[in-house]
Design a protein around this ligand. Structure first.
Ligand code: ADE
Ligand code: ZN
Length: 326
């Protein structure tokens, strides 16, 4: 059994974190007040009680509804700053954060408002907490590829402040292939690509993320375990998986944490990492994901060290910055 102190001090990364998914009910209510928005919940407790999900879609419905209170640059700044303070308390030294511009531009919030707020908090956070960062623009896969192209067009003037692209939202029925041309364009622009695949979707979607989108990392990817040839390919190419254990339990991918395959992923030689996904909705920031997994799975010190090393290794830090942690 590892000591809580040792685990708390372990230098951690977070490579799978939707900034909109860090919107705590308290901040959600405060922002609703700031903007005079009426909420269909009596109070913070009533809202939190609604966070009882049966699958990915039932979560996404609330997540998109919640994001409606994010309107000004200050909102995005405050959201990101609150997240970084939590991450710092968990011993996080480097973050790679997703944002979903389409969720905001569709409501009339300008792309630059979103980006400026998040970026300013990240820059401040580097100074204040010593947390290094990357920012990843995610395309919403339930929308047409053409909408993704329009979003990329809006992003073009800001590419110096966008470090890569991803693909998220409703997985079933929206295979990676649907975005093959968009991701080809992003790669031409020099943007590294990641995609959610194999969370609820089948191993075939992970293959498509690799072969059609040419991603350098798979977000979730846990269902890859159903396909031994895929597991061998991911291991051979050292394609990292950004695994989100508490998210998987809350969205009913696994019935409990004791049944989570984190250890099997490591034993298969995969570059598995630990992340929180949407911590305000799933009941735990990244530190809690580490603690809960260590406890439920009885992870050894060696396994936990491997997970921490994998996080640094899987990150987009330059080699010299990685060497500082490895
Ligand atoms: N958007 C936010 N969290 C997500 C997840 N876990 N899967 C797909 N899309 C998401
Ligand atoms: Zn996610």
């Amino acid at each position: 059994r590892v000591s809580p102190d040792w685990l708390a001090r372990l230098p951690k990364t977070e490579l799978h974190l939707h900034i909109e998914g860090t919107l705590e009910p308290e901040l959600l209510f405060a922002l609703a007040e700031r903007h005079g928005v009426a909420l269909p919940y009596a109070d913070v407790d009533a809202l939190r009680a609604a966070y009882d999900f049966k699958d990915l879609q039932s979560f996404l419905d609330l997540y998109y509804a919640g994001a409606d209170v994010l309107r000004s640059e200050a909102d995005f700044h405050d959201l990101t700053r609150a997240y970084l303070a939590r991450a710092h308390a968990d011993g996080v030294v480097h973050v790679e954060i997703f944002f979903d511009p389409q969720t905001h531009t569709a409501r009339g919030v300008p792309f630059a408002t979103v980006l400026n707020g998040i970026r300013r908090a990240l820059t401040d956070g580097e100074r204040e907490f010593g947390i290094s960062h990357r920012l990843i623009l995610c395309f919403l896969r339930h929308l047409p590829e053409a909408d993704g192209f329009a979003t990329l067009e809006e992003a073009l003037p800001h590419l110096d402040r966008i470090d890569g692209v991803g693909l998220d939202s409703s997985e079933a029925g929206h295979p990676p292939q649907k975005f093959e041309r968009l991701f080809a364009r992003c790669r031409e622009l020099g943007l590294p690509c990641v995609a959610h695949a194999g969370e609820e979707g089948p191993p075939e979607y992970v293959w498509q993320a690799l072969n059609a989108l040419r991603v350098c990392r798979i977000d979730h990817g846990v269902r890859a375990l159903e396909d031994p040839v895929l597991v061998a390919e991911l291991a051979r190419r050292r394609i990292p998986l950004t695994v989100c254990p508490l998210s998987n339990v809350r969205l009913k991918v696994y019935p409990s944490l004791t049944r989570h395959p984190l250890r099997q992923l490591l034993q298969a030689g995969l570059v598995a990492t630990v992340n929180s996904d949407d911590p305000a909705y799933f009941g735990g920031y990244v530190g809690e994901n580490w603690r809960a997994c260590a406890e439920a799975l009885g992870l050894t010190r060696e396994e936990l060290l491997q997970l921490a090393r994998n996080g640094i290794d899987a990150s987009w830090l330059e080699p010299a910055a990685k060497a500082r942690w490895l």
